[in-house]
Structures are given as structure tokens and as C-alpha cells.
Design a protein around this ligand. Structure first.
Ligand code: ADP
Ligand code: ASP
Ligand code: MG
Length: 408
């Protein structure tokens, strides 16, 4: 007998029929002799609908109230799924994040899980219940409802698996595993049987929304066995996230291509080229809790240089406002920016042992006339910032250039 945590995403619970289907799947798992804890997302589109509604009332919704509101989507699905399980004659019980007591910090809309009280869940499991927990939500130490950031139900699933020391955490979604890139953009993308944690972390952080990055971090930290599978297919082993690189030896140098349209670029032109300037520019941005991603500083001329960096698009307007007085203070010439950019990244642990990956990538983009605005690299990834309108083209040609296309 194994203890399995199954997480079902929004599309998988998107209608009454689909919820019943999920219930049958859970029933099968239990009938095979396993204990099952289930985490569900809100029905597809629901979280977006709630956020849009909030914005009709307040252009920038109060974060505490927004969390009170958007956490309701998951509360609906846990109850519906429990009903479906009860209807199959099974013992089932639903819990919101607060009812479990998933304790988080107080960073509304992007809270981090600090602790999970798993005693009650263990008792229920012993009594033969299937437990259905609301994903994406928790409460802070003062009992305020918090949410974990978009895609946060993945993290609830993995965190519960870690707390319960589950044998496996299965993430059921609308694709049958992790692909070499988003199969919606590149139909030739291939499913990977395995991907290493390191690569999955990079893919998630660089924009592959199949797993929320924090869920991968959790799984790595607590060594949770994590698998991505389709909720629409009966068979299939999906993609296992592995700790070993051994079985990667035979595989391609590049595992996947990620992309992200959520960033904006800010450039400060004519910055005096002297010590402390980067700190003077980025310090106030960091103080406003705005994360900075890529940074490029050009070689200076005549004591002046240009300084560019990217932030999340949601923080773009705010970052520009903060920088205008800063630029004036340091006697920079001008602040420019744009949010019509995209970041495309190639990821693979094989990069460590292979030269020429960057030049292949740059040549491939050059042949399509795609201009690279910024570059950043690490041991296992190369990212470029390009004009947003070339994003899909760039992903497709890179996918092909690195031999990732499925053979017809
Ligand atoms: P869920 O609602 O189940 O959490 P998501 O929409 O959050 O589902 O994540 C699944 C989606 O992630 C897929 O439909 C796919 O379009 C997208 N995706 C992006 N990159 C990848 C990738 N490399 N492999 C598989 N899916 C990906
Ligand atoms: N419902 C939340 C969202 O849409 C959480 C999730 O689906 O994982 O982001
Ligand atoms: Mg998701």
C-alpha cells in the first residue's frame, strides 16, 4: 500500500462530467490498495474570472481582499469532488487550506507555505477517508486567508506530499507529461520520460507553466517523487522528475525550450560609469519589492554607459516611476522601457559538456532575422530577450535546430 497525493488542475475539473471522471480515477487508485490525498484547483477560467471581477471594483485590488475572493474557486471544487466521491459510495472529506492548517507567511497573492498540520489528515486516512484539499491557499498566523501565486495548487500538492511523506506526488493536467516545449506552440514537441530536477527548475523559472516553480523547489528540497500525467488518458507513465542524470547520457544536449511573455525591459541611457551606480539604480527597485531578472550593462564611452534590466510586466509601471527621480539624481540622460518583449531560453544539463550551444542558438536566430536584445546564461541555460512578435518563431526554429522535433 502506498500513500499517493494526486493533484488535478483546472481543466481536469472544468465541468461536472470531468469532476465525476476524476472521482472515478481516484476510486480506482484507492481500490488498488492505496491511500489517496487529492488536491484540486479551481475550475478552469474561474480564477481569471474572479480576478477580472475584482478589478472592476478596484483597479489594483487590495491584496488581502483579493485572496479572500480568489481562494473561493478551489473551495467550490473540493466540495464538488467530495460529493462525486460520496456518490460513488466512498468515504471522502474536503478541507480548505485553513481547515487543514496550511500555515503560510502573510505575503498576500504570493504567500509561501511555512508548515502543514498533517495530524488530522493522518487520522482521516487511517479511518479510510479520501481527503480532498483545496490547492492554492493557506492562512497566515493571524488566520488571514492567503494564496500561493498563480499555479499554486501544484505547490500545495507537493507540500502535502512532503508533509505526509507520500510515496509519490502525481500532477494530473491536460497534457500527458513535460514536453520539450509547450506543445500548444510547437506541435512537434516531444514528451520527456524523465527530466532532472535541475532542468525542471530552470524550465519552470523560465516560463514553462506546466509546474509552478515553488512546487519543483519543494520536491527537490524534500525529495518528493514527482510525476506529471494526463487526467484525460487511462494509461501512460507521464514524466518523472528525477534526481539522477545517469539516464540522460543518451539524450540530446538540450532538454527543452521555455519562453516567457511576462517581462518588461527598462534601459537607463547615459549613466555615469562609476562605482556604486548599479546599486544606486537597482537598490530602490529592490526596496520596492520588485524582482529583477536579467541585467546588462554596456561597455562605457566617455565616462557614460547604458544600463538595462528586466522586471515582471506587472511591476513595469511602478519600476519606471521609481527610476525617474533616480535617473535625475545620478545625472543619467534618459529612462526608456518597453513591455513588448519575450524571453526565450534553452535548457539542458548536457550543455555543461558540450561547446557551441550558444553559437548554434545565435546563428539560428540570426538566420530568421531575429534581433537579440539581451542575453544571459548559466551552466545549464541560455536566455535571450527578443521582440515579442518573434517569440513563437524563435521557439520553433530553436526547437528544430537542437533536434528536438518529433520524427514524423
Ligand atoms: P493545470 O490547470 O492542470 O495546472 P496548466 O495550464 O497550469 O494546467 O499547465 C499545463 C499547460 O502547461 C499545458 O496545457 C501546456 O500548454 C503548458 N506547458 C508549457 N510548457 C510546457 C511543457 N514544456 N510541457 C508540457 N506543457 C507545457
Ligand atoms: N486556481 C489557481 C490559478 O488559476 C491555482 C492553480 O490552478 O494552480 O492560478
Ligand atoms: Mg497549473
Amino acid at each position: 500500500m502506498a500513500l499517493i497525493v494526486q493533484k488535478y488542475g483546472g481543466t481536469s475539473v472544468g465541468s461536472a462530467e470531468r469532476i465525476k471522471n476524476v472521482a472515478r480515477r481516484i476510486a480506482r487508485c484507492q481500490s488498488e490498495g492505496h491511500e489517496v490525498v487529492v488536491v484540486v484547483s479551481a475550475m478552469s477560467g474561474e480564477t481569471n474570472r474572479l480576478i477580472a471581477l475584482a478589478k472592476e471594483i478596484q483597479a489594483h485590488p487590495d491584496p488581502r481582499e483579493l485572496d479572500v475572493m480568489i481562494s473561493t474557486g478551489e473551495q467550490v471544487t473540493i466540495a464538488l469532488l467530495s460529493m462525486a466521491l460520496l456518490d460513488l459510495g466512498l468515504k471522502a472529506r474536503s478541507y480548505t487550506g485553513s481547515q487543514v492548517r496550511i500555515l503560510t507567511d502573510s505575503a498576500y497573492t504570493k504567500a509561501r507555505i511555512l508548515k502543514i498540520d498533517e495530524e488530522k489528515l493522518r487520522r482521516d486516512l487511517k479511518d479510510g477517508y479520501i481527503i480532498v484539499v483545496a490547492g492554492f491557499q493557506g492562512e497566515d498566523e493571524n488566520g488571514n486567508i492567503t494564496t500561493l501565486g498563480r499555479g499554486g495548487s501544484d505547490t500545495t500538492g507537493v507540500a502535502l506530499a512532503a508533509a505526509l511523506k507520500a510515496d509519490e506526488c502525481q500532477i494530473y493536467t491536460d497534457v500527458d507529461g513535460v514536453y520539450t516545449t509547450d506543445p500548444r506552440i510547437v506541435p512537434e514537441a516531444r514528451r520527456l520520460n524523465t527530466i532532472t530536477f535541475e532542468e525542471m527548475l530552470e524550465m519552470a523559472s523560465l516560463g514553462s507553466k506546466v509546474l509552478q516553480i515553488r512546487s519543483v523547489e519543494f520536491a527537490g528540497k524534500y525529495r518528493v517523487k514527482l510525476r506529471v500525467l494526463s487526467s484525460f488518458e487511462e494509461a501512460g507513465t507521464g514524466t518523472l522528475i528525477t534526481f539522477e542524470e545517469d539516464d540522460k547520457m543518451e539524450q540530446a544536449t538540450i532538454s527543452g525550450i521555455a519562453f516567457n511573455r511576462d517581462e518588461a525591459k527598462i534601459t537607463i541611457l547615459g549613466v555615469p560609469d562609476r562605482p556604486g551606480i548599479a546599486y544606486q539604480i537597482l537598490g530602490p527597485v529592490g526596496d520596492a519589492n520588485i524582482d529583477i531578472d536579467m541585467i546588462v550593462q554596456n561597455v562605457g564611452h566617455d565616462g557614460l554607459t547604458d544600463f538595462s534590466f528586466t522586471v515582471h510586466r506587472n511591476d513595469y509601471a511602478n519600476a519606471l516611476e521609481i527610476l525617474k527621480p533616480v535617473a535625475a539624481h545620478i545625472n543619467a540622460r534618459e529612462v526608456q522601457g518597453g513591455d513588448k518583449i519575450a524571453k526565450v531560453s534553452i535548457v539542458g544539463v548536457g550543455m555543461r559538456s558540450h561547446a557551441g550551444i550558444a553559437s548554434t542558438a545565435f546563428r539560428t536566430l540570426a538566420e530568421e532575422g531575429i534581433n537579440i536584445q539581451m542575453i544571459s546564461t548559466s551552466e545549464i541555460k541560455i536566455s535571450v530577450v527578443i521582440d515579442e512578435k518573434y517569440m513563437e518563431l524563435a521557439v520553433r526554429v530553436l526547437h528544430k535546430a537542437f533536434g528536438l522535433d518529433q520524427q514524423p
